[in-house]
Design a protein around this ligand. Structure first.
Ligand SMILES: Nc1nc2c(ncn2[C@@H]2O[C@H](COP(=O)(O)OP(=O)(O)OP(=O)(O)O)[C@@H](O)[C@H]2O)c(=O)[nH]1
Ligand SMILES: [Mg+2]
Length: 294
């Protein structure tokens, strides 16, 4: 099945992804040895800031530049799931029909926060199938930013003019994980003010580039595509190092998956009784750990 996906069979790729989401570790494992080292671009930001619109435009731009583009949309509310206005859906389905792209929604159901247990495995599947640029869209809500930072080679944080509260969130830590800022919807408000505001947040450190866009009209998109490419080119890490950092997150996710499944529905009574009867905490935990790897 993997061989067929590598040679461009989209149905085989979709089947592989479904197997991954069902927890088929054999598939996840086989992919690891075959990774080509695609670039992973994280796109994060508050709901409705225009992430999906930006991705659909960026993807078309990247395809024009000779890339094959994969898109993973984490817990989408729009428009990959069809939750948005018609225009977006039409644009996204245009992208979906392009042979150079593959779009997949990733439900996070069951996982407590973060990006979903199998996001890295799904990105690996796209990588192995030859998608050279992989976008991961995630709604910025704290934990997600840290995780996307661990997985992606470059993180783009999307904001819009007139969204004041979000500056607080940015101050509170998103700053460290954003490599490029986008002020989208420059047509609806004081975008230049927003750009200045962002630049002022970090007078001393390595300020990420701030780019204005009007995604619905495609304005600023080619510039953003070049900024992303430029950032990736400047990165001094080797491909192998980049692959390793996303695999570290893969290992974490697989541990979390097993742990969460193990803990699900458990009332801990047996463990508590063992503690009461004098067993040590680490003894009780090691017993649980040995069950995790069964
Ligand atoms: N005026 C204007 N509207 C835009 C622009 N970019 C996106 N929009 C609109 O903003 C709305 C939300 O866009 P999406 O691309 O779905 O935003 P999102 O960040 O992916 O939203 P979620 O996935 O729900 O978090 C849609 O109605 C878009 O048409 C822009 O540059 N200007
Ligand atoms: Mg979206």
């Amino acid at each position: 099945m993997i061989g067929r996906a590598v040679s461009g069979d989209r149905k085989a790729l979709a089947r592989i992804m479904t197997e991954i989401e069902l927890g088929n570790e054999k598939i996840s494992e086989s992919l690891i040895g075959m990774l080509r080292g695609s670039s992973i671009v994280g796109i994060t930001g508050f709901p409705g800031t225009g992430k999906s619109t930006i991705i659909s435009r960026l993807a078309m731009e990247m395809i024009k530049r000779g890339q094959k583009v994969g898109v993973l949309c984490i817990d989408p509310s729009s428009p990959f799931s069809g939750g948005s206005v018609l225009g977006d859906r039409v644009r996204m389905s245009e992208l979906g029909r392009q042979s150079g792209s593959f779009i997949r929604s990733v439900p996070t159901s069951g996982k407590n926060g973060g990006l979903g247990y199998f996001t890295v495995d799904l990105a690996n599947a796209l990588d192995v199938a030859g998608y050279s640029t992989i976008f991961i869209e995630t709604v910025g809500a704290g934990q997600d930013e840290i995780e996307i930072h661990n997985i992606a080679d470059v993180v783009v944080m999307v904001t819009v003019p007139n969204l004041g509260d979000e500056i607080q969130a940015i101050k509170a830590g998103i700053m460290e994980v954003a490599d490029i800022f986008v002020v989208n919807k420059a047509d609806i408000g004081p975008a230049d003010e927003k750009v200045m505001e962002l630049l002022a947040l970090n007078a001393s450190g390595n300020m990420p580039e701030v780019i204005k866009t009007v995604a619905t009209r495609g304005e600023g998109i080619s510039y953003l595509a070049s900024a992303i490419e430029g950032y990736l080119q400047k990165d001094s890490r080797t491909r192998q190092e980049m692959i390793k950092s996303r695999l570290k997150q893969l290992v974490r996710y697989h541990i979390e998956y097993r742990l969460d499944r193990y803990l699900e529905g458990r009332d801990f009574e047996a463990m508590v009784n063992e503690l009461l009867s004098g067993k040590g905490i680490s003894e009780v935990i090691s017993q649980a750990a040995s069950e995790l790897t069964k």
